[in-house]
Design a protein around this ligand. Structure first.
Ligand code: B12
Length: 312
């Protein structure tokens, strides 16, 4: 399930010359001559190292006028470099991936329950350094931990304020982590995602939005509590290929029914693209028959299942 092995940048850091070049690139793009000056290495040497690191996808080159500037290839390389140079980030290639995932999940749940954002951030950085696939980080770490928070809340171990804090930390860290998972080749397809009016649970929807974006969809994320009529208006205006509706609590089920009815009517209007309608979220997972009852096209229990469904 989880990604194995370490980031290739860790091998590069074993070489003192490459380490020196990468350290310089942390401060911004540099030309070969600037790197020669800053590192005191010989020019052919610097060029040679840069060519090798380009091949391995660690640095990129960009021409500006007559000069070529080199920079770190992406934010993941930057993060791994920062962490490795600051001395932590263990190479643990032999550890069992699923066991590590479980440990991250447990540690993360404990950290957000305690409101310890620093520790939560550290755990997410570890996951990114170990190149954990997005779906694993989102579902096994974030989603499982939030479900655990819900259980602790039900058991009276956490207050509502603590639940809010735990959600807030996760929202912030998800926003950060998403930057480390670049979009794959565009699918040329648009999805609109919104939580039904009255539903304040937006984290699951955000996950779906990030995961679809990572898989090449153009995602228009409307967030929590979207008034039904303006949701419909947005769909009419943007002509998406898919609409994703999230419904986490029973109180908003009737509004979800109304929204699906309005969207199906919209689909029958002339000149409208034939978009598909997905309905999911906590309430739907507990009441899967509701999807057929209201006439939505599909559901999925989580972001991974949704991807599998779309692929098939
Ligand atoms: C965090 C949280 C909150 C946060 C939400 C913050 C935010 N920005 O989202 C806050 C504090 C605001 C909140 C408020 C409330 N909450 Co609340 N909350 C939770 C908690 C702990 C986690 C929810 C979560 O984020 N899960 C993680 C995400 C990733 O999972 P997910 O939402 O299920 O999403 C995944 C799938 O469902 C699916 N999916 C989601 N949408 C869609 C759409 C489509 C089309 C598809 C295919 C798939 C799909 O993919 C997602 C990603 O994998 C749950 C506990 C639990 N067991 O879930 C309670 C829970 C959902 N809340 C609950 C309740 C009752 C409330 C409140 C009414 C009161 C309260 N106790 O706080 C209020 C108001 C709710 C309202 N009107 O919307 C109950 C609902 C019970 C029920 N039977 O209806 C739960 C189950 C807790 C409990 N056991 O009491 N809550």
């Amino acid at each position: 399930m989880a990604g194995n092995g370490n980031h290739p940048i860790l091998d590069e850091l074993a070489d003192a010359s490459r380490r020196a070049i990468l350290e310089q690139l942390r401060t911004g793009p540099k030309s070969v001559m600037e790197l020669v000056e800053a590192t005191a290495l010989k020019q052919p040497n610097v060029s040679n190292h840069l060519a090798k690191m380009r091949e391995r996808g660690l640095v990129v080159a960009q021409r500006s006028g007559r000069q070529v500037f080199y920079s770190l290839a992406n934010p993941l390389v930057e993060a791994v470099l920062t962490t490795a140079l600051s001395g932590w980030g263990q190479n643990d290639a032999t550890a069992d991936a699923d066991h590590r995932l479980k440990q991250w999940s447990e540690r993360y749940a404990a950290a957000i329950a305690a409101g310890n954002e620093e520790e939560a951030r550290r755990i997410v950085s570890e996951c990114l350094i170990q190149r954990l696939p997005m779906e694993d980080l989102y579902i096994e770490v974030f989603q499982h931990s939030l479900v655990q928070i819900g259980l602790w809340y039900e058991e009276g171990k956490l207050t509502e304020a603590q639940e809010h804090l735990a959600s807030g930390i996760t929202e912030r860290l998800m926003a950060k982590a998403s930057q480390f998972y670049p979009s794959m080749l565009s699918q040329g397809k648009t999805v609109i995602l919104g939580a039904v009016a009255g539903n304040w649970h937006s984290i699951g929807l955000r996950m779906i939005s990030d995961v679809l974006q990572h898989h090449g969809w153009h995602a228009l994320y409307l967030g929590a509590n979207v008034p039904t009529e303006s949701f419909v208006q947005m769909v009419r205006q943007k002509q998406p290929h898919m609409v994703i509706i999230s419904c986490a609590v029973e109180e908003v089920a009737e509004e979800a029914r109304r929204l699906v009815e309005r969207l199906k009517a919209l689909r029958n209007e002339p000149d409208m693209r034939q978009f598909i309608i997905g309905l999911g979220g906590g309430f739907i997972n507990r009441n899967p028959d509701f999807v057929r009852e209201v006439g939505a096209d599909f559901t999925a229990r989580d972001a991974r299942e949704l991807l599998a469904r779309l692929e098939s």
